[in-house]
Write a protein that binds this ligand. Structure first.
Ligand code: IPD
Ligand code: CA
Ligand code: CA
Length: 259
């Protein structure tokens, strides 16, 4: 029943995305100059939470737009109704619904659905990762210098050693392709299915990373913070790779190794 509810919730959110995509909708600003939220984000989140609470009235929800809906339950649904809102607002078909289910502090099931490409990513802890019902695996690349990477930049730039632009520059100076799609959930899923060899970002929130994290793990990849420590969806720095280039990526990110 969890899986049925998760799939229905993702589909309900995606219907709202498609209903508003390339149409007129209200846009407002959150913190930071370009941190937008649209009418569609609110509508999609409402549709998703309605499905969740229809099936499981007692489950907790942590939604990007509604915040925490606490309940006395071991289950928490972590919801990003539209990951890639800026893309959405500009008519760029790289945005998705991202939903993860946490049980007793572990992510046990995840769905990321990009309805524009009709790509439905699903993973269950211990049961593998799937794209449109077909099993997916991470890539086999063994060297960072030959990798195809993806990253993202926060809305409020963080000035720090080994910050987003420092690391970007390190790779780009050596000719390593680093893409920037604008949806962390899609970035992670595209690592899971082997399109990218690695992804890193500095300031993600649980709703950006929780579902994609399980997808990468279940597809055979590795997810940690930028120092190689075990990953928690509640910390901001994410490094997700095919596993083979992981240690090298940690060294490069921390500027301990030249590419
Ligand atoms: C954003 C996207 C983007 C990432 C930002 C996130 P939103 O989520 O995942 O790729 O770089 O840090 O905030 O705002 O589109 O849901
Ligand atoms: Ca997001
Ligand atoms: Ca969002």
């Amino acid at each position: 029943m969890l899986k049925t509810a998760l799939i229905e919730a993702a589909q309900a959110g995606a219907r709202e995305i498609l209903r508003f995509f390339n149409k007129e909708f209200k846009i407002s600003n959150k913190q930071g100059v370009n941190n937008l939220v649209t009418e569609a984000d609110h509508a999609a989140e409402k549709a998703i939470i309605d499905v969740i609470h229809n099936y499981f009235p007692g489950h907790q929800v942590l939604g990007e737009e509604s915040g925490a809906i606490p309940k006395d339950s071991d289950y928490k649904w972590i919801v990003d109704p539209i990951d890639g809102t800026i893309n959405f607002a500009h008519g760029i078909p790289l945005n998705c619904v991202s939903i993860a289910i946490e049980h007793e502090n572990k992510i046990i099931m995840a769905a990321v659905y990009n309805p524009h490409l009709n790509e439905f990513f699903f993973a269950e802890k211990g049961e593998g990762a799937y794209l449109n019902d077909k099993p997916i695996r991470v890539s086999e690349q063994t060297k960072a210098i030959n990798a195809c990477l993806v990253t993202g930049f926060p809305y409020t730039y963080i000035n720090m050693a080994n910050g987003p632009l420092d690391i970007f520059e390190r790779f780009v100076r050596k000719g390593v392709p680093v893409r920037r799609l604008g949806s962390a959930a899609i970035d992670l899923c595209w690592v899971a299915c082997g399109r990218f060899d690695g992804f890193y970002e500095h300031k993600l929130e649980p709703w950006d990373s929780a579902a994609g994290y399980l997808l990468v793990k279940e597809a055979g990849g590795k997810v940690t913070d930028h120092s190689g420590n075990p990953f928690s969806v509640y910390q901001h720095k994410v490094l997700a790779t095919n596993g083979r280039i992981h240690n090298e990526m940690v060294e490069i990110i921390n500027n301990r190794k030249e590419l």
